[in-house]
Ligand binder design. Structure first.
Ligand code: NAD
Length: 716
């Protein structure tokens, strides 16, 4: 640890240099905190005139506390001790008799930001890697090392609340504007400038005594008599964003309200510490920490024992809804991409789609005009195969038709180098079957993006029967390069995500046929269960024609288990396609924004007005438990994926399954297989539906008393 945290004297200044040995990032683990305490205590009574804290890790100041340590703690006492220790160290920084300056380059998160807030001054680089934030609420906890107390003191009430309760990291210019940092400099000048500033300006001034000073009349008002209004508005915003499912932002707000303006630091920090411990003990926090673990595990589970190929040039076949988005993602990370379509009109639309996405980032100032041009220049278009000889990697995103896809793949591969890798974006066709169109099926896999491509974090990487490890490794690497989370799945109808979503959506149609109200069901899923949208809104997004087509494919693939609701043909014939033609279960405005439920849709589907025959909890359980039932077969019998971790990661990243529930199977384990089985049995009796029959692998879980998460890959 000695070598990781060094105190280096220079003239009358002490540099505290952070560079944890053997770690990619600097984090505030217990040994680091102990060493920090030692150093800070040694500085009391020293002859130094200032302390500068700086990191030598590339792209990282401090990433935050050690999450593994948090995960290992179980009791409120353990949390209390750890947080009290952290608070003491931040106090030591604040109480040093000499000014302390944080010189920030790269990510400064959580405990790192709290440390910088305890400093007197902060300077950061203008590098794109520099961002300063308090993301604790994403783990269901609140900043506990003084962040709730100090952020509003430094930034003012409004900006302080925003920083703590939104978890959004501030980029350098925003940090400067809000007063979070005092200066922004070029990364190459950080050391030189912080030294000059400290020697010439800070040391003569000494410790900083003033904190936030309102700059306008409005700020003056909001800091004084308008305070109540600020808290009221913030509470409303939080409830709107979290729908009441996440208690941490509300707790952080409560802590700020109780402590803001107090001169009693000890009691303010005690209030914050109590809030932290309370939150750390909630099931929401445990589940959010589990989701954090899922993302870490996901990286390991998608690892294949083969070296990925180098990809410099890529081609995208089909410039439609998906193709344009995929080309944009590739160009964004510096891959040359050629988009090929059969029509120039489609290519124009695909290119415009990519351009619109880059324009948005330009408007947000996330990229410069020069970078915008560079990224757009990385995309070329063609209606022929000119240039395909130099392509390393192809994503096929043409229309969903097996014969056509096989023909186009065969034709394309003939124009390319023999080792080219082809990945299909098909959402419902067999990758193994499609590989028959490729003369070397080992170089063929699935790469299933979700719509909208730029927003949805998941890509399912589908291993066909003959796909080689090298191909899987290359597709996984491309997903990561494009900023996506890859889950490797076996070939099979709907892979994993759509396989589970289909019974969920079909069940909603059964509920509709039984007299349920569309808005009531969707609202229950959003406001009570926590899905980003209800099943009817989702079907509108997918397209009602596509939903019906896929439901039919599934009912053939899994006869008996996947029952087809009787009104599917009527839905198909109604001409209502959902969002894409502005008419589905919902109405849409000219820009495609979803409005209210279309009251005429019941009649259009041959139904009477809703009679609301069911309790909402029954509606939710019917849809969700069918997913769990199906999942037991997909996971345990068919091994579509190998672990419960992958199911949960895919469902959270691919469908927005509520993270506070920890994922579909974590939720199932929380309820217990016995409870799910008896509810399924009850629904089988009340509806007479064969789809509710308990799946044999779920029955085994009931009999053995085991959980999905007890099943190690080797036992599956
Ligand atoms: P789309 O209809 O918007 O675009 C398909 C494009 O392919 C069109 O521009 C068409 O001109 C072009 N095309 C047709 N034949 C071609 C050929 N021989 N060579 C080159 N281009 C050709 O379709 P989409 O929604 O982008 O879907 C494309 C693929 O992605 C499908 O396999 C679909 O299942 C899959 N997918 C779609 C979604 C979605 O929500 N739209 C989600 C995931 C996966």
């Amino acid at each position: 640890m000695e070598s990781s945290l060094k105190l280096v004297p220079e003239k009358e200044i002490a540099w505290l240099i952070l560079d944890l040995a053997g770690e990619k990032v600097n984090k505030l683990s217990t040994p680091v905190m102990n060493r920090l305490r030692e150093i800070l205590e040694s500085l009391h009574g020293s002859s130094f005139k200032a302390l500068i804290i700086i990191s030598e890790k590339p792209g990282i100041f401090i990433a935050g506390a050690d999450i593994n340590e948090i995960r290992a703690m179980n009791s409120a006492n353990e949390f209390d001790r750890a947080v009290a220790g952290g608070q003491e160290i931040m106090n030591l920084i604040e109480d040093l008799p000499i000014p302390v300056i944080a010189a920030i380059h790269g990510a400064c998160m959580g405990g790192g930001t709290e440390l910088s807030l305890a400093c007197d001054y902060r300077i950061c680089t203008e590098d794109p890697s520099t961002k300063i934030g308090l993301p604790e609420i994403q783990l269901g906890i609140i900043p506990g090392f003084g962040g709730c107390v100090r952020a509003p003191r430094v930034l003012g009430l409004q900006a302080g609340i925003e920083m703590v309760t939104s978890a959004k990291a501030l980029k350098p210019q925003k940090a400067l504007k809000t007063g979070l940092v005092d200066k922004v400099v070029h990364p190459n000048l950080l050391r030189k400038e912080v030294l000059r500033w400290t020697l010439e300006e800070i040391i003569p001034k000494g410790k900083r005594h003033k904190r936030f000073v309102p700059r306008s009349l409005l700020e003056k008002f909001l800091e004084s008599v308008g305070k109540t209004l600020v808290f009221k508005m913030a509470r409303k915003e939080i409830l709107k964003a979290t729908k009441g499912h996440y208690p941490a932002p509300l707790k952080a707000l409560e802590v700020i309200e109780k402590t803001y303006g107090s001169r009693d630091r000890t009691s303010a920090l005690a209030t914050e510490r109590m809030g932290f411990c309370e939150m750390a003990m909630t099931s929401v926090s445990k589940n959010l920490l589990h989701v954090f673990e899922l993302t870490e595990m996901g990286k390991k589970l998608a690892q294949v024992d083969a070296k990925p190929r180098k990809v410099e040039k890529m081609a995208v076949l089909g410039a439609g809804v998906m193709g344009g988005g995929i080309a944009q993602l590739a160009a964004n990370v510096g891959v040359q991409v050629q988009m090929k379509d059969i029509s120039f009109e489609a290519l124009g639309k695909g290119l415009k789609h990519a351009q619109d996405l880059f324009l948005e980032t330009l408007k947000r100032k996330s990229i410069t005009t020069y970078e915008f041009k560079q990224k757009m220049n990385a995309i070329s278009i063609s209606t022929d195969y000119g240039g395909f000889k130099t392509v390393d990697y192809i994503v096929e995103a043409i229309v969903e038709d097996m014969a056509l896809k096989q023909k186009v793949i065969r034709e394309t591969v003939e124009k390319c180098r023999p080792d080219v890798i082809v990945a299909t974006n098909t959402s419902s066709l067999s990758v193994t079957e499609m590989a028959k169109g490729h003369p070397r099926p080992e170089n063929f896999a699935g790469m299933h993006f979700f719509n909208p491509v730029h927003r949805m974090p998941l890509v399912e990487v589908i291993r066909g029967e003959k796909t080689s490890d090298e191909t899987v490794a290359t597709v996984v690497q491309m997903c990561r390069k494009m900023g996506k989370t890859a889950v490797v799945v076996k070939d099979g109808p709907g892979f994993i995500v759509n396989r589970l979503l289909m019974p969920y959506m079909a069940e909603a149609v059964f509920l509709l046929m039984e007299g349920c109200d569309i808005a009531e069901v969707d609202n229950a899923f959003v406001f009570e269960f926590g899905m980003p949208m209800g099943p009817f809104a989702l079907m509108d997004e997918v397209g009602l024609d596509t939903a019906v087509k896929v439901a039919k494919i599934f009912s053939q693939a899994f006869p008996g288990r996947m029952e087809l609701p009787g009104i599917m043909d009527q839905i198909y014939k109604s001409g209502r396609l959902g969002k894409k033609n502005g008419s589905g279960f919902y109405q849409y405005d000219a820009k495609g924004k979803r409005l209210d439920v279309d009251p005429t849709c019941y009649e259009a589907f041959g139904l009477k007005a809703p009679t609301k025959p069911h309790q909402m909890q029954d509606c939710i359980d019917r849809c969700v438990f069918l997913m769990i039932n199906e999942c037991s077969i997909a996971l345990i019998d068919e091994k579509i994926v190998n672990t419960a971790h992958e199911v949960d990661l895919a469902m959270i990243m691919g469908t927005g399954f509520p993270p506070f529930r920890g994922g579909l199977l974590k939720y199932a384990d929380t309820l217990g297989a016995q409870h799910i089985a008896s509810r399924l049995d009850q629904f089988a009796k009340t509806t007479g539906g064969s789809r509710f029959q308990l799946a044999p692998p779920l029955r085994q879980l009931v009999q053995s008393g085991r959980k999905f998460y007890d099943l190690e890959p080797a036992n599956l």
